[in-house]
Design a protein around this ligand. Sequence first.
Ligand code: AR6
Length: 187
Amino acid sequence: MTETTDKMRKALLRIRVVQGDLTQEDSDAIVNAANESLLGGGGVDGAIHRTAGPELLAECRTLNGCPTGAAKSTGGYRLKAKWVIHTVGPVWRGGSQGEEELLASAYRSSLQEAVRLGARTLAFPAISTGVYGYPKEAAARTAVRTVLYFLSSLEGETLDEVRLVCFSADSAEVHKRALDELGDRLQ
Ligand code: AR6
């Protein structure tokens, strides 16, 4: 077994797919699937703002938005999580507008921000797969691959667990399958 494969197998054990409501997660940080304004919206973004309370929007106003594929963090206020990492996934426009790389970048930027903050546990929603219309299977493959590569390349700093929190049973199934497929390729 190569050293890289060994690192990836170990990293795989730190990724969990769960079905649930991201706003109830008690990971150190949760990721918000926001839009470039960072001023709230529907979907998971709306749910996070409702649970965190108005102080979250007040802090978001100081951030001056966020480009697609990047990430910025705030406190978690009334959430159980200490931090919210706001990222912006791509709007699906058919797949030829750099969507895959932008989605990977949204995951990678969020992971980098979590490490910078010192979070040990991080929870993601399925970025871009709601209002932004990204096909679920393709998004799940990009999500698990990007998280796995990132975790396996971490030296020193630790992220103990990355949770992919899926709202529906169907979305959880899709993510579990994507993770299993990746695991099979490391055998
Ligand atoms: N917990 C976990 N996942 C959730 C929750 C929840 N409470 N609520 C929804 N989801 P979306 P996007 C899932 O639309 O596609 C907002 O208006 C949902 O089922 O929240 O990145 C922003 O302001 C889906 O699988 O985010 C932006 O304008 C996933 O979260 C835009 O939507 C993402 O769906 C971003 O669109």
